[in-house]
Write a protein that binds this ligand. Structure first.
Ligand SMILES: Nc1ccnc(=O)[nH]1
Length: 387
C-alpha cells in the first residue's frame, strides 16, 4: 500500500497546520514539513482534517434510501409509527440489502467511517434485518455495528427475548431496548432482561428511551443503578432520552451526575420537536454524548441525508448553539463522543490511530458544522475513497 502524505492541513484541535503521513492503514506521523519522497502527496493546505465521522444512532434496516420517494403515511403517535412500520414494511421490501448498501455508500462519501445501527428484531422479521445489514456492510467502506433492537417490544411480544439472544450469539455486538415502561409496561423486568443479556454476552447496551418527564427520569435512574451495579460503565448508551430535556434543573443535575459516575453515555438525533438532551451540561460533567440521524428516509419519517456534519448542525441548531465553542460540541458528538460510546479503539488524529480521515475546506470545527460543505477527501483505513 502506497504511503499517503496529506500536506498542509489543520488537524482538528492542534492549532497549527501539520502534515499527516499515512502508512499501512494507520496515521504514521503528524508534524510540520514531513518529507516522504515515495508517498502520494495530496495538497490540503488550509483545510480542516477531522477523524472519520461516527454515526452513532441510525436504523439502516428500515431505510427506503435509493428507491422511489414514499410519502409519509404514519400518524403522529409512537404507537401509530410502530403499527405503520409493521403493516407496510413487507409491501415496501424492507429490509433490503440493496437500499442499505445505497445508504452506506452515501454515508461513506460524506466521511462517515463508523456506524451503529439499531436493527429490528421481532418474531415476524426474525433475524432477516441483521442478515441484510451484514450483507450490505460486507462490501461498504464503513465499519458497521448492529444493535439487536426490539422495536415491537420484548415482554409484550413473545419470542422476541429469545431472538435477541440468538442475535447476540450470532455476533451482533449490542442489545437494545425500547421504552421499558411506555411500551413494555414493566421497566424492572425489561431492564433486568436486557442488562442480563448484556452481561452474559459481554455486549454493549443501547436503549431507546422516548418515555418523557418523571417516568423517563425514573427509568434513567434504573438504568444508571444497573450500569453501576454490574460494572458496565462505558458499555451502556441511552438513545434519545427525551426526559432529560424535560426535567427541572435539580433532577437533571442528579441524573447527569449519575451518568458520569456510572459511565452511561447519551446518544441524540435531535429529532423533530422533542427537547435535545442538555449537551453542554452533560459534557461539562464528563458524560459521553454521541449523535446520529435516527431513521433516514423510512416509514418513520422522510428526512435524513446520511451526512453527519449536517446532522451535527441539526444537533447544534436545536441546542440553540451559536458560539463556535458550543457548535464544536456537536462535532465532538459526531466524532470522539460517538467513538467512545461505540467503544472504538485507535480512533483519532494521532500517530498509531486508524487512518479514517475527512478533509473539508473550512477554517474550523464550527464552520464545518454550519456549512457542511462537500468533502475534499475521505480516507478509510488509509485508502483514499473520495478526492
Ligand atoms: N425514533 C425512533 C425511530 C425508530 N424507532 C423508534 O422506536 N424510535
Amino acid at each position: 500500500m502506497t504511503d499517503v502524505l496529506l500536506r498542509g492541513g489543520h488537524p482538528w484541535g492542534r492549532g497549527a497546520p501539520a502534515d499527516i503521513l499515512v502508512r499501512d492503514g494507520r496515521i504514521h506521523l503528524v508534524a510540520p514539513g514531513v518529507e516522504a519522497p515515495d508517498a502520494r502527496i495530496v495538497d490540503i493546505a488550509g483545510q480542516l482534517v477531522l477523524p472519520g465521522l461516527v454515526e452513532a444512532h441510525c436504523h439502516l434496516d428500515k431505510t427506503l434510501y435509493g428507491g422511489p420517494w414514499v410519502p409519509h403515511s404514519a400518524d403522529d403517535t409512537l404507537a401509530g409509527r410502530i403499527g405503520n412500520d409493521l403493516g407496510r414494511r413487507a409491501e415496501l421490501g424492507v429490509p433490503s440489502a440493496e437500499r442499505i448498501g445505497a445508504l452506506l455508500a452515501r454515508m461513506s462519501a460524506a466521511g462517515t467511517a463508523h456506524v451503529r445501527t439499531h436493527t429490528d428484531i421481532d418474531p415476524q422479521v426474525g433475524l432477516r434485518g441483521v442478515e441484510a445489514v451484514l450483507e450490505a456492510a460486507a462490501s461498504a467502506p464503513v465499519d458497521v455495528r448492529q444493535v439487536a433492537f426490539p422495536q415491537h417490544g420484548v415482554l409484550i411480544n413473545p419470542g422476541t427475548a429469545e431472538l435477541l439472544e440468538e442475535a447476540l450469539k450470532s455476533g451482533v455486538e449490542a442489545v437494545g431496548g425500547l421504552d421499558p415502561a411506555g411500551i413494555d409496561r414493566d421497566p424492572v423486568r425489561h431492564l433486568d432482561l436486557i442488562f442480563g443479556l448484556t452481561e452474559r454476552y459481554g455486549a454493549h447496551l443501547d436503549l431507546h428511551l422516548h418515555d418523557g418527564g418523571s417516568l423517563g427520569g425514573w427509568e434513567l435512574e434504573l438504568i444508571t443503578e444497573r450500569t453501576r451495579a454490574l460494572g458496565l460503565g462505558g458499555r451502556v448508551t441511552v438513545s434519545h432520552a427525551y426526559a432529560l430535556g424535560q426535567l427541572d434543573d435539580a433532577y437533571q443535575d442528579r441524573l447527569i451526575q449519575g451518568f458520569a459516575e456510572a459511565g452511561v453515555a447519551i446518544a441524540t438525533a435531535a429529532v423533530y420537536s422533542f427537547p435535545v438532551p442538555p449537551i453542554k451540561k452533560l459534557r461539562a460533567a464528563g458524560v459521553t454524548v454521541a449523535c446520529g440521524h435516527d431513521g433516514i428516509r423510512d416509514l418513520w419519517g422522510p428526512y435524513g441525508s446520511g451526512d453527519m456534519l449536517e446532522r451535527a448542525m441539526h444537533v447544534a441548531y436545536r441546542s440553540t448553539f451559536r458560539r463556535d465553542e458550543d457548535i464544536e460540541l456537536a462535532l465532538e458528538a459526531a466524532t470522539y463522543g460517538g467513538a467512545r460510546a461505540l467503544g472504538l479503539e485507535s480512533y483519532g488524529l494521532s500517530p498509531g490511530d486508524r487512518a479514517d480521515l475527512v478533509v473539508v475546506p473550512c477554517g474550523g470545527a464550527a464552520e464545518a458544522v454550519v456549512v457542511h460543505p462537500a468533502r475534499t477527501l475521505v480516507m478509510k483505513d488509509g485508502v483514499v475513497l473520495h478526492n
